[in-house]
Design a protein around this ligand. Structure first.
Ligand code: ACO
Length: 412
């Protein structure tokens, strides 16, 4: 039977989740030779979220995914395809997407991970679009979820100040209605193949005592090189997606970019003579959450009233391996539908774990933060994708209770 080719693919659902543990620049000052002033002026980042001991890429993805499904007014069983963009899956095998499928209670979807680093969500969007528009399914769940804290070297000040954890998701639905996805462009620039990499843990250098001792399972980055390629590729990829959509920059209401560095976004806007007021920025609160960054930003942009029905927006990302992708789309969903996500109880999500020796995945360098949260329990809450369970470490630290004497600051 010839597949039905549908004319349109729309974002019908969106949702995000950020862990409650907050790591501020002041906290990082205790770990490495850095300062709040350096981090803010060079990156725009003030704080980032860290997954707690019980949280994983799949668990965060499942919460964000269920929120997106609820926003779309669908049931988990309506989803035909689950794609999780991530560079930090729970395991090499099975994929995080399989764990998400099990956790949300879906039985029929094809499920797989997508390895395109920070571009993972935008790549996933394009793949889901192709899947749906070729008639292979009606609804796809595209997630970007990362536990970057598990592959961050907390002795390397050049990278540990940049990254954070979290998840964002969108439901894409095939439809004959006008609007929705208008143009897409994906590229991979091999000039940046090893600009960001994790040397060990793959088949070339399987983990062993020497690779662990050499910290080779943690991320390394040539920051300056990455910066230049990122500005160039974010710009050229956005323009190509717009060209395919028959649009120009003047037609764009909001750009929702990968949040890697505020200076990258400012350089990008300047190079394209595009006003920063129409570039969505939330890097100050989450840092670089890799594949999760674009969907978390999208969810916040809708919640803040920055995206309305009929608006034309560009989602654009750049990531490790030189991956870059952009989607130009017309927003057709009702922003008020986001309220449906409130029905999702994050505590009801559980990820199945086989009977294996338990390992505490929490970074040893940050264990003192957990003690601090415990000692400051009951203090400060701040809004975010998961405002209900947000404890702010810095607020707690300055709220009068101060840092508990039981908390041992790390040695530098
Ligand atoms: N605190 C204080 N000083 C620091 C820190 C820090 N946290 N980090 C670096 N420095 C120092 C360096 O050691 C250097 O000192 P020196 O001059 O004495 O040698 C100085 O600051 C300047 O270092 P640069 O690396 O040149 O600093 P730069 O201005 O380039 O900023 C940064 C570094 C923030 C990493 C920037 O290059 C950047 O954002 N790069 C792009 C990252 C990115 O886009 N990643 C996207 C993809 S990520 C993914 O896919 C997983």
């Amino acid at each position: 039977m010839k597949p039905r080719v549908l004319s349109g693919v729309h974002v019908t659902g969106w949702g995000a989740y950020a862990p409650s543990l907050v790591l501020t620049n002041a906290d990082l000052e205790r770990l490495v030779e850095t300062s709040d002033e350096w981090i803010v002026s060079r990156t725009g980042i003030r704080e980032r979220r860290i997954a707690g001991p019980g949280e994983t890429t799949a668990s965060m993805a499942a919460i964000a995914g269920l929120r997106a499904i609820a926003t779309a007014g669908l049931q988990p069983e309506d989803i035909d395809l689950i794609l999780v963009g991530t560079l930090t899956p729970d395991y090499p095998l099975p994929s995080a997407a399989v764990l998400v499928k099990e956790a949300i209670g879906n039985t029929k979807a094809a499920a797989m991970d997508l390895a395109a680093a920070c571009s993972g969500f935008v790549y996933g969007y394009a793949m889901a679009h192709a899947y749906l528009s070729s008639g292979l399914g009606k609804h796809a769940l595209v997630v970007g979820s990362e536990t970057m804290s598990r592959c961050t070297d907390f002795t390397d000040r050049g990278t540990c100040v940049l990254f954070g954890d979290g998840a964002g998701a969108a439901v894409l639905s095939a439809s004959d209605e006008p609007g929705g996805t208008l143009g897409m462009e994906l590229t991979t620039d091999t000039a940046a193949t090893y600009s960001i990499w994790i040397p060990a843990g793959g088949a070339t250098r399987p983990a062993n005592e020497a690779t662990v001792a050499g910290r080779e399972h943690l991320m390394r980055m040539k920051g300056g090189e990455t910066f230049k390629v990122a500005v160039r590729r974010l710009g050229s990829t956005s323009l190509r997606a717009l060209e395919k959509a028959g649009m120009g920059l003047d037609d764009v209401d909001l750009v929702v970019p990968h949040q890697a560095n505020i200076r990258i976004l400012e350089a990008l806007a300047k190079s394209m003579s595009f006003p920063m007021e129409r570039v969505f920025v939330n890097i100050d609160r989450y840092g670089n959450t890799s594949a999760a960054s674009v969907p978390i930003a999208l969810v916040e942009a809708v919640a803040e009233g920055r995206i309305k029905q009929g608006d034309r927006i560009v989602l654009v990302a750049f990531g490790a391996g030189g991956t870059a992708g952009a989607v130009a789309l017309e927003w057709t969903a009702d922003p008020a539908d986001r309220l449906r996500a409130d029905a999702v109880d994050p505590d009801s999500i559980s990820i199945s774990v086989p009977n294996i020796e338990p390992v505490n995945p929490f970074p040893p360098a940050l264990e003192w933060l957990l003690e601090k949260v415990e000692s400051d329990a009951g203090n400060g809450r701040r809004p975010g994708p998961d405002a209900r369970s947000t404890t702010t470490i810095s607020d707690a630290a300055v709220s009068g209770a101060g840092r508990s004497a039981a908390v041992t600051p790390p040695e530098r």
